[in-house]
Design a protein around this ligand. Structure first.
Ligand code: C2O
Length: 535
C-alpha cells in the first residue's frame, strides 16, 4: 500500500466553450479537474485549498470512508465548508473497493464545474476478472452552461420560472464539433485495430441522465459504481448523475472515425434535445478529414430501454467477488418522493418548489450534522425521520393534491449499528418526468427489486433477486415506480441520502442516516482530524 498525495487548488479560471468565454471554478485550472489514481489498499491525502469566493467542500463519491465520515465531504452534513483562503486535507484509505468513482464539489451547484474522476486499480498482481484491456481511457460526461451556474440555481428554486437547462453536454469537458466554435473542443481517443479498450465512464452532469454509445461498436459492461458486474453486451449504456460504468470496447470495425455520443434520457421530454455531446473514436492513421459516423442512441424517452438495461445489471457474484446480499431485514423503510409549494419571502414571486421524502423537505443546518452528533451539540437536527409516509395513499394514482403538504425540517433517520435495512423508494404521481437517481453516502447497497406502480409489500418481495442483484451507490427510481435496496448499517456516522439531480437536491429531496456506534472501539467513528473546518 502506498500513500498518494494530491494538491487541489479550487480557483476561478477562464474557460471558453460554444463561443462563450467565462470565469468559472476549477481545480488546478482543469475542466474536468485532475483524475485521482490509487490502488486498492492505498492511503490518499488530498489537500484542498479554497481560493474561491464561495465556501466549499469536496465529496469523494462512492468511497465508503469506513468510520471516517470526516473525509466524506458534503457541506453541513459531514463537515463545515472550507472557507475562502483555507485548506483541508481529505485523508482516507481505499479499502475493499476497486474501479471507477469520482469526486465533486458538494455545496450549492458548484459541482457543475468542479469535478473529476477517481481510478482505483486492483491490488498489485490482481488482474481484472475480465479480459485485460490494452489501454484504458477516462470519459467524464458533464454539462456546459453559458450562464453563471449559481444564477441558474437561484432561478431553479423559484416557482414558475423554469430553470435554464445547460447549453450542451460534454465529454471530458468538451461538447464536440456539432456545436459552434467547438472543433477545437472535441475529445478524441486514438485506437488501433484489434485492440481492446476499457472506458471508465462517469456521469458528472447536474441534472441529466444520459445515454452513451459509440457508432458501429458494442460495449461490454464489466463494472458499475466500482463493483464488478456479470459482463453483458449492449449497443448503448444508460448512466444517471452520480453513477459510473466501465465498459470494454474492441476496435474491430473498418478503420475510420466514429462518434461517441451522450444524450439525455427523459421520460417526458420537456424540451427538444439539442445538447448531444460527441467525441471521436479515431483509428490510427485515418486522416481527420474523414467525416465521423454518429451512433444510433435510444430515443430520448425510451423507458423500455431504461427498464431492460437496468434488468441486465447483475453483480459478478464469484467466490472472489461474492454478492453478500442481506437475507433477513431488521427494519423496513418506505420513502415517498413528493413535491410541494412553500412560501419563500426571498424568492422572486414569494413561493418556491419543495421536493420531499415522506412529505419532509430537508432544510440544510447551519453546522455540520456529523460534528453535532459526535460532540453532542443539541438543536441542530432531530433523529425522528419517519420510517413510512404519514398517510398511506395511492402513490402513483392519487390526485395531485394528495401529498402537497410538505413540512420542512432537518430530520434524519437513526439506525442501530449493524442492523439490516431495507429501503423502498417510491415515486409518486408528482415530479415524475424523470427517474430519480438516489445516492447513499458511506455505503454500497444491493438493488433487490424494482417495479412500476405502487410497491406491494405482500407481493413484490417474493420477486426480489437475492442471489446476484447489482451492488452500487446510486440507483434510479423509475418514474411512477419503486426501487428496493438493502444494506447492513456497519459504517457508523452521518450519511447523506439524496437525489443526485441537483435541481431536486436543492428543492430538499434529501435526508441523512445517523448510524450509531457499535460496541467496542473498532466500531466507533474515528476522532476528527485537527484541521476539520469549523462553521
Ligand atoms: Cu455525488 Cu452527495 O453526492
Amino acid at each position: 500500500a502506498a500513500l498518494k498525495k494530491y494538491q487541489f487548488d479550487v480557483k476561478v479560471s477562464n474557460v471558453s466553450r460554444l463561443c462563450h468565454a467565462k470565469q468559472m471554478l476549477t481545480v488546478n485550472g482543469g475542466f474536468p479537474g485532475p483524475t485521482i489514481y490509487a490502488r486498492e489498499g492505498d492511503r490518499v491525502q488530498i489537500n484542498v485549498t479554497n481560493y474561491a469566493q464561495y465556501n466549499l467542500s469536496i465529496h469523494w463519491h462512492g468511497l465508503k470512508q469506513h468510520r471516517n465520515g470526516w473525509a466524506d465531504g458534503p457541506a453541513y452534513i459531514t463537515q463545515c465548508p472550507i472557507q475562502t483562503g483555507n485548506s483541508y486535507v481529505y485523508d482516507f484509505n481505499v479499502t475493499g473497493q476497486r474501479g471507477t468513482l469520482w469526486w465533486h464539489a458538494h455545496i450549492l451547484w458548484l459541482r457543475a464545474t468542479v469535478y473529476g474522476a477517481i481510478v482505483i486499480l486492483p491490488e498489485q498482481g490482481t488482474p481484472f476478472p475480465f479480459p485485460q484491456p490494452d489501454r484504458e481511457e477516462v470519459l467524464v460526461l458533464g454539462e456546459w452552461w453559458n450562464a453563471d451556474v449559481e444564477q441558474v440555481e437561484k432561478q431553479g428554486n423559484a416557482l414558475g420560472i423554469p430553470p435554464n437547462m445547460s447549453d450542451a453536454h460534454t465529454i471530458n469537458g468538451k461538447p464536440g464539433p456539432l456545436f459552434p466554435c467547438s472543433e477545437k473542443h472535441t475529445f478524441a481517443m486514438e485506437v488501433e485495430k484489434g485492440k481492446t479498450y476499457l472506458l471508465r465512464i462517469v456521469n458528472a452532469a447536474l441534472n441529466d441522465e444520459l445515454f452513451f454509445a459509440l457508432a458501429n461498436h458494442t460495449f461490454t459492461v464489466v463494472e458499475i459504481d466500482a463493483v464488478y458486474t456479470k459482463p453483458f453486451t449492449t449497443e448503448a449504456i444508460l448512466i444517471a448523475p452520480g453513477q459510473t460504468t466501465n465498459v470494454l470496447v474492441r476496435a474491430n470495425q473498418v478503420p475510420g472515425r466514429y462518434f461517441m455520443a451522450a444524450r439525455a434520457f427523459m421520460d417526458a421530454p420537456i424540451s427538444v434535445d439539442n445538447k448531444t455531446a460527441t467525441a471521436i473514436f479515431q483509428y490510427k492513421g485515418i486522416p481527420e478529414t474523414v467525416l465521423p459516423k454518429l451512433p444510433t442512441l435510444p430515443a430520448q424517452n425510451d423507458s423500455d430501454f431504461a427498464l431492460s438495461y437496468g434488468s441486465k445489471l447483475k453483480s459478478l457474484n464469484t467466490p472472489k467477488y461474492p454478492a453478500n446480499v442481506p437475507l433477513n431485514v431488521d427494519r423496513h423503510l418506505l420513502f415517498t418522493v413528493g413535491l410541494g409549494i412553500n412560501p419563500c419571502p426571498t424568492c422572486i414571486n414569494g413561493t418556491r418548489l419543495t421536493a420531499s421524502l415522506n412529505n419532509i423537505s430537508f432544510t440544510m443546518p447551519h453546522t455540520a450534522l456529523l460534528q453535532s452528533h459526535y460532540f453532542n451539540i443539541k438543536g441542530v437536527y432531530t433523529p425522528d425521520f419517519p420510517d413510512k409516509p404519514p398517510t398511506p395513499f395511492n402513490f402513483t394514482g392519487a390526485p395531485l393534491t394528495a401529498n402537497l403538504r410538505t413540512n420542512l425540517g432537518t430530520r434524519i433517520s437513526k439506525i442501530a449499528f449493524n442492523s439490516t435495512i431495507e429501503l423502498v423508494i417510491q415515486d409518486t404521481n408528482l415530479l415524475s418526468v424523470e427517474s430519480h437517481p438516489f445516492h447513499l453516502h458511506g455505503y454500497n447497497f444491493f438493488v433487490v427489486g424494482t417495479g412500476l406502480g405502487n410497491f406491494d409489500p405482500k407481493k413484490d418481495p417474493a420477486k426480489y433477486n437475492l442471489i446476484d442483484p447489482i451492488e452500487r451507490n446510486t440507483v434510479g427510481v423509475p418514474t411512477g415506480g419503486w426501487t428496493a435496496i438493502r444494506f447492513i448499517a456497519d459504517n457508523p456516522g452521518v450519511w447523506f441520502f439524496h437525489c443526485h439531480l441537483e435541481l431536486h437536491t436543492g428543492w430538499g429531496l434529501k435526508t441523512a442516516f445517523l448510524v450509531e456506534d457499535g460496541p467496542g472501539s473498532d466500531h466507533n467513528i474515528l476522532p476528527p482530524p485537527k484541521d476539520l473546518p469549523r462553521c
